[in-house]
Design a protein around this ligand. Structure first.
Ligand code: PMP
Length: 441
């Protein structure tokens, strides 16, 4: 599929989430009295909204992303998997047979915890990361995004603290924000979250009489930072968490998309009692199925199922049965390998283009996944620069989207998963022109 055949609004979900977050961070203050008065005329229900909607704000950046989705713009913004690489004929056959032969089951309500046939397959998938679980331990969710929402719903009261990497996945920050939690950021480096910094943050919180409810971490091929928590640090992070009575929320949709060898053992494989592990079929198969999962300590899992039933009754029966059939009859590991090879080529193209065109910046070295995190020269502001980049027909997500506070102006996230290597090179070349112009003004 050529770029000009792309769907009209390809990166909408991620970009919109980022847009909301950027707006929230940029706006700083919640709605003031003056704006509320204006808003009353525009929205007669303004005074009825729950407190938690205060963080749900639209932004000019959302409008910019609409422009960024035009075919002439190279979008390095959204994290869309490259679905033209899927065996669509195989999936079509599965869907067709499912309806023809088992339609009355596939289109019926199902269990809140998810279909057992799929949970059995998920257990097999998790073996790739050395997680040993049984199907009863698994809760199927509507993407891992819903799992994030369920965990937040189960654990967070307004004012509670979540510890999260700096930077963090924008969609998770939006969830924590919507439950009115305070996010305390802990820095990461090329080897992922820094255990010592985590220790210090927890000590500081305790000294202030506060206790964090959980640590949110993306250990593999981090979104947006593109780094992986090293094997050596995994037990160290868990040890710090254990000592402080901190639950770990391991959000892990990119684990199988590593470019160099087998995935590292999941945090969950090292501590089954202290870790909630989230997985997803969005990156290894297709996000349109909206299927992910959570594996949690027993009592937590019960709460998650009850929260899920209140939220969606049950995940899609049709989708679950289709994915279970795909996993049990198709070479899904071969398909993941196809994705890995494709993304490796695009990662290489991105790093090469950065070295050629943007030597005045620095960037991370992703060993898998979709993202590279770029640091601009001192004094440049990726949020302020975005409109000029879009005018130059290239789009990215500014770093501020990935922080709960006002950090991140000097950073931007590039996604290399969707555009071809040639488009990536062209996009980075255009970006370099914009950065050069910023440096000269
Ligand atoms: N977590 C992370 C780190 C992600 O990058 C994403 C998707 N961009 C999600 C969760 C949500 O994925 P899904 O709901 O499609 O499983």
């Amino acid at each position: 599929m050529s770029q000009s055949q792309r769907p009209a609004n390809p990166s909408a979900a991620e970009a919109a989430a980022a847009a909301g977050a950027v707006a929230a961070a940029a706006a700083g203050a919640p709605l003031g009295a003056g704006r509320a008065a204006v808003g009353t005329r525009l929205d007669p229900w303004l005074s009825s909204y729950a407190e938690r909607t205060r963080s749900m704000t639209a932004s000019e950046i959302r409008a910019l992303f609409a422009v960024a989705n035009r075919p002439e713009v190279v979008s390095l913004a959204g994290g869309m998997p490259y679905l033209p690489a899927l065996p669509l004929d195989v999936i079509a056959g599965i869907a067709q047979r499912l309806i023809a032969e088992r339609g009355a089951v596939a289109l019926q309500y199902g269990s809140g915890q998810g279909e057992e046939v799929l949970r059995e397959q998920i257990v097999q998938v998790m073996r790739e990361q050395q997680i040993h679980a049984s199907p009863e331990d698994v809760v199927v969710t509507t993407g891992s995004q819903q799992a994030l929402d369920l965990v937040a719903r189960v654990f967070l009261d307004p004012g509670d603290v979540v510890v999260a990497e700096a930077p963090s996945y924008v969609g998770a920050l939006n969830v924590f924000r919507s439950y009115q939690a305070d996010v305390v950021h802990v820095p990461l480096d090329a080897d992922g979250l820094q255990p010592q910094a985590l220790e210090e943050a927890l000590v500081a919180l305790e000294a202030a009489g506060r206790r964090a409810k959980f640590l949110y971490t993306v250990p593999n091929h981090h979104n947006p930072a593109g780094v992986t928590l090293s094997a050596a640090r995994r037990p160290q992070v868990l040890e710090v968490a254990r000592r402080h009575g901190l639950l770990v929320l391991e959000d892990d949709p990119y684990a199988l998309l590593g470019f160099d060898g087998d995935p590292l053992p999941a945090m969950r494989s090292l501590d089954a009692d202290g870790v909630i592990h989230l997985g997803s079929f969005s990156k290894t198969l297709a996000p349109g199925f909206r299927l992910g999962w959570a594996v949690a300590p027993h009592a937590v899992r019960e709460k998650l199922v009850m929260a899920a039933e209140a939220s969606v009754l049950c995940p899609t029966s049709f989708g679950q049965l289709a994915v279970a059939e795909y996993l049990s009859t198709y070479d899904w590991k071969g398909q993941v390998k196809t994705f890995r090879e494709l993304y490796r080529e695009r990662r290489d193209a991105t790093l090469q283009a950065l070295a050629t065109h943007l030597p005045m910046t620095t960037w991370t070295q992703p060993k898998g996944g979709f993202y590279v995190w770029v640091t601009l020269p001192e004094g440049l502001d990726a949020t302020a620069m975005l409109p000029r980049a879009v005018t130059a027909r290239v789009a990215y997500v500014p770093g501020t989207a990935f922080y709960a506070d006002d950090q991140g102006r000097q950073h931007l996230r590039l996604s290399y998963c969707f555009p071809t290597a040639e488009r990536i090179q062209e996009g980075v070349r255009r970006l370099a022109g914009v950065v050069q112009a910023e440096l000269e003004t």
